[in-house]
Design a protein around this ligand. Structure first.
Ligand code: URA
Length: 192
């Protein structure tokens, strides 16, 4: 059965596949342009995201917005979702079992958005979406084709807040992203 956004959001809001829904304040489903050619995938909601029900609105989110602005993107041009839709207690990494329980929602979001380009934010998203043994320190900024889509991973904005020395490498990755967008979906930049 073909999904619609409203059906998918409603079903996701009622999900009880893992226990994260019991402690969350709000579901953090996704944000941005549902027809975007570029999709960003993070790890899971933090405190601010849990409070507001929107991905990447805390300190890491502010940095992410700045990173997007550097290559003339914003949330009207991309779609942002996380691997897990409910906040893991005390911001711990989502467990594999929680990632597995939630994977189906992300898979259906990707199918609905149908982006040409997917950017994994950090190691956890890259290991789930690109390759299980993905090494973010060595393989960030490289392009991979998975199921006909173009994938790249960059350092998670939280990692860039902790370790600003990683920022120059990330600027280079962002320039590569801009180039890939110009090649695969130039319409993203066509209207200013
Ligand atoms: N970190 C993430 O991975 N996702 C968010 O939504 C916020 C912080």
């Amino acid at each position: 059965m073909a999904d619609s956004w409203s059906e998918l959001k409603q079903a996701c809001a009622q999900c009880t596949r893992c226990s994260l829904g019991e402690t969350r304040r709000n579901l953090v489903f996704g944000d941005g342009n549902e027809q975007a050619r570029v999709m960003l995938i993070g790890e899971g909601p933090g405190e601010q995201e849990d409070l507001q029900g929107i991905p990447f609105v805390g300190p890491a989110g502010k940095l992410l917005d700045d990173m997007l602005e550097m290559i003339d993107l914003d949330r009207t041009k991309v779609y942002i979702a996380n691997m897990v839709k409910c906040r893991p207690p005390r911001n711990r990494d989502p467990l594999f079992v929680e990632q597995d329980c939630c994977a189906e929602w992300l898979r259906r979001q990707i199918a609905l958005v149908d982006p040409a380009i997917i950017v994994c934010l950090g190691r956890i998203a890259a290991m789930a979406q690109i390759r299980e043994n993905f090494r973010i320190t060595r393989e960030h900024g490289q392009w991979y084709t998975v199921n006909g889509r173009s994938y790249m991973a960059i350092y998670h904005p939280s990692a860039l807040l902790r370790d600003p020395e990683k920022r120059p490498e990330t600027f280079a990755d962002l320039r590569s992203l801009r180039q890939q967008i110009r090649t695969l979906c130039p319409e993203v930049y066509a209207n200013g």
